[in-house]
Design a protein around this ligand. Structure first.
Ligand code: F6P
Length: 342
């Protein structure tokens, strides 16, 4: 069988481990030919492909990024996009497609699948906000990088008696902020799921300092929003899936904290650092297991499914279960983190 493979959306540590696993088992065990498409749906529509072989995918396990490249191209943005995808699959004699992505990429995969295209999905996003799976690879790596950064901010915050704000990715869900904030001992954690009151944030910081602390750490998800009317914010450009480009809310928070409390305050925006570099051991294992399960599903012609982590097991769920609703944080965990706040 000729099996196409692509990844779409933001890159994520572990993507190369998936590619390696699909090829190793797909070609090595099943004798399938794996064709990789560059830059997500764009490469498929434009015929930009590369044959992936066991030989050509050696040494990938620990490499960050994706050898296939990626993009946020949305075939459903143009009327003829879905037809172009179908024509491309026919042209290249592709019988089945493995799509690795988050909500957007798998949303496209799900629509194509409903239209008869034979697709298997693999979940990925550092944001960990995809439904129907307990966890997406890339998240653990992002949390580790953020935690390392927060540890480092601690020592310089202590030396200078400063309030340090650390902004992490997380557009609609605050998983990275919550987990790195807990792991790094943050004093305040702000997430998109719960609009923050800047007055309350300042109150907690001042309370802590009055009790003897000389510094504070505030971890902010890039998608955190203030309670309406409490603070002005700016909005940015929009991508093909309609998402605003974020990054910068912490600068406004810094101005407000400095002005309202008088404390020396600084910002660090981690941004794409969280998506770069080698995956953690855990993410390598999950990515590898997802890749192996995806090629098994293809081999068994079990299409329209997404591989998923449920507890400790890799299972298959309908693609439609994964898209439509984002998996936001467990507010009970945010409440637990609040014990260490202020
Ligand atoms: O892939 C998810 C994500 O990392 C979000 O956390 C972030 O808002 C977005 O991608 C950034 O996208 P881009 O790399 O296109 O700027």
């Amino acid at each position: 069988m000729r099996v196409g493979m692509l990844n779409g959306g933001g890159d994520c540590p572990g993507l190369n481990a998936v590619i390696r696993a699909v090829v190793r088992k797909g070609e090595g065990r099943y004798g399938h030919n794996i064709v990789g498409y560059r830059a997500g749906w764009r490469g498929l529509m434009e015929g930009d492909s590369v044959d992936l072989t066991v030989e050509s995918t050696h040494g990938l396990l620990h490499r960050g990024g994706t050898i296939l490249g990626t993009s946020r191209t949305n075939p459903y943005k143009s009327d003829d996009g879905p037809a172009k995808v179908r024509e491309a699959l026919e042209r290249d004699h592709i019988e089945a497609l493995i799509a690795v992505g988050g909500e957007d990429t798998l949303g496209v995969a799900e629509k194509l699948s409903a239209g008869g295209v034979k697709v298997v999905g693999v979940p990925k996003t550092i944001d960990n906000d995809l439904s129907a799976t307990d966890y997406t690879f890339g998240f653990h790596t992002a949390v580790q990088i953020a935690t390392d950064a927060i540890d480092r901010l601690h020592t310089t915050a202590e030396s200078h008696d400063r309030v340090m704000i650390c902004e992490v990715m997380g557009r609609h869900a605050g998983w990275i902020a919550l987990y790195s904030g807990m792991a790094g001992g943050a004093d305040v954690i702000l997430v998109p799921e719960e609009p923050f009151d800047i007055e309350e944030v300042c109150r907690r910081i001042v309370h802590r300092h009055r009790r003897g602390a000389r510094f504070s750490i505030v971890v902010v998800a890039e998608g955190a929003v203030p309670v309406e009317g409490s603070m002005s914010v700016t909005s940015g450009d929009v991508d093909e899936f309609g998402h605003v480009r974020l990054g910068g809310i912490s600068n406004r928070i810094m101005e407000e904290i400095a002005q309202r409390t008088g404390y020396d305050t600084r910002v660090t925006i981690l941004g794409h650092v969280l998506r770069g570099g080698t995956p953690t051991a855990y993410d390598r294992v999950i990515a590898t297991r997802c890749g192996l399960e995806a090629i098994d599903a293809v081999h068994e012609r079990d299409f329209g499914k997404m591989v998923a982590l449920h507890g400790l097991k890799i299972v298959r769920v309908p693609l439609s279960d994964a898209v439509g609703t984002l998996k936001t944080i467990d507010m009970a965990v945010l409440d637990q983190a609040a014990v260490f706040s202020g």
